[in-house]
Write a protein that binds this ligand. Structure first.
Ligand code: SAH
Ligand code: SF4
Length: 420
């Protein structure tokens, strides 16, 4: 679902329409499902209709969330930066332009970069913030990724599996609350074989209307074909690093070309792709990060999904230092300039790193998608990718963004150009 925008009602006509003021301009808009408003009320609206009445405090909070840095004073920016911005507007950024942006340190230039990225977001996809729910249904994993607390060799983790019935019930409840896009995520747990995963997808789809991303790691192409036929629409499957050597070190027993081939094949099968990398892996350079962004673009990624490494205890990377949050914001802003229409995700690792303002800073640098954790409370702490994982039940967003009914599905399908 998308976060809808606040406006003040100017007048209500008898033609099923109202005039609303969005702050910058007045708009005439269909009342949609709303029938109890008068001049002076605050409402949420989409491009085509009103969604619901809200109170002024909520409206102000949403405005704050969607705030922007001031427009840069272009005359005072260095020539190289201005040239790179021009290339961005022509969509001709080169790898060396991206490396230059990743190496920026001057705070005025960084703010100008974030501001420019946010302007790009607003002019390409307006202020719509996509809301997703994630259900982490199993923390068993056969792999040993160096960064991840769920790695098979970590015997300190209390392992759990939700039953298929529990997964379906959790998903159905979420859709009932208004969620329309869900991610089903787990470690690589083959207990959930082809038949079980297909049945879970089919059961969810038969009980409610929802778009499902799978995030379950490596499976055969034949299995992914079956999951697609059962009704899965997308995959959240990161390439983790575009640097072959780093990838092989981080994911023992795996090679990058295999992961990229799988992503390309999944795209051919019709899956919507959510992919990206980890920022701050040991030895990673600006050149690697530039290649990560270019690879997301080459793969035609719909939802760029990346985040900072949070060094996790009981993993080989436990002693690594944390990357500076500005690197995360740069990655968001640069990805926005390179992929203006994509849905850049504010990931849990970003929120874990900066729990107070991580989400808003990410939006201000060009991100526009957020994910709430719907894993039942009794399992949540055991999905231990890293410690002190950020958690927000998303109640405010449910109030602001999740509404039900045919119109809301139509809006989603149109905004996202996907079928639900
Ligand atoms: N097992 C599946 C999905 C679950 S893991 C898979 O690997 O595809 C989801 C993501 O968590 C991974 O893609 C990885 O990028 C991220 N992750 C794991 N450990 C992390 C850490 N310590 N810090 C930041 N992100 C991490
Ligand atoms: Fe397993 Fe995924 Fe963690 Fe790797 S990142 S250890 S595949 S859960």
């Amino acid at each position: 679902m998308c976060l809808t925008l606040p406006a003040k009602v100017v007048s209500v006509g008898k033609n099923g329409k109202a005039i609303i003021s969005s702050g910058t301009k007045d708009l005439e808009i269909s009342l949609g499902p709303v029938n109890d408003i008068e001049a002076g009320d605050w409402v949420l609206y989409t491009n085509e209709f009103l969604v619901k009445k809200i109170d002024e405090q909520d409206a102000r909070e949403i405005f704050d969330l969607l705030a922007s840095y001031p427009k840069p004073d272009y005359d005072n920016l260095e020539d190289k930066f201005k040239k790179v911005l021009e290339s961005a507007s022509r969509q001709t950024l080169t790898k060396s332009d991206l490396e230059y942006l990743f190496q920026l340190e001057d705070s005025a230039l960084l703010q100008a970069l974030y501001s420019e990225a946010n302007i790009t977001r607003k002019s390409n996809i307006k202020d719509h913030i996509c809301i997703h729910g994630i259900i982490e249904f199993s923390n068993y994993c056969r792999n040993n990724c160096a960064y991840c607390g769920l790695r098979a060799d970590n015997h300190e983790v209390k392992r759990y599996r939700m039953s298929p019935e529990e997964i379906v019930a959790t998903a159905v409840q979420a859709v009932d609350r208004g969620y329309k896009i869900l991610v089903l995520q787990s470690g690589e747990d083959l207990w959930f074989d082809e038949e079980k995963i297909c049945q879970i997808i089919k059961d969810i789809k038969s009980k409610c209307r929802v778009f499902i991303y799978l995030s379950i790691g490596d499976r055969s192409f034949a299995e992914y074909e079956k999951f697609r036929q059962a009704g899965a629409g997308g995959v959240l499957y990161r390439f983790e690093s575009s640097n072959e050597k780093l990838y092989a070190e981080m994911r023992p027993g795996h090679i990058l070309s295999e992961r990229i081939n799988i992503l390309k094949k999944l795209k051919e099968m019709g899956y919507v792709l959510a992919t990206g990398s980890i920022i701050g892996l040991p030895g990673q350079t600006a050149s690697d990060l530039a290649n990560d962004v270019l690879l997301m673009k080459e793969l035609d990624t719909f939802m760029p999904s990346f985040g900072p490494l949070i060094p996790s205890k009981n993993t080989p990377l436990a002693g690594e230092s944390k990357v500076d949050f500005s690197m995360v914001l740069k990655m968001i802003a640069i990805s926005r300039l390179v992929m203006p229409k994509s849905r850049i995700s504010v990931t849990t690792a970003m929120e874990t790193m900066r729990s107070t303002d991580g989400r808003q800073s990410a939006f201000m640098a060009g991100a526009n998608s957020v994910m709430f954790n719907l894993t039942p409370a009794k399992y949540r702490d055991d999905y231990y990718i890293y410690e002190n994982k950020f958690f927000d039940a998303g109640e405010k967003y449910e109030k602001w963004a999740l509404f039900k009914g045919e119109l809301s599905y139509q809006m989603m399908e149109k905004e996202l150009n996907i079928e639900i």
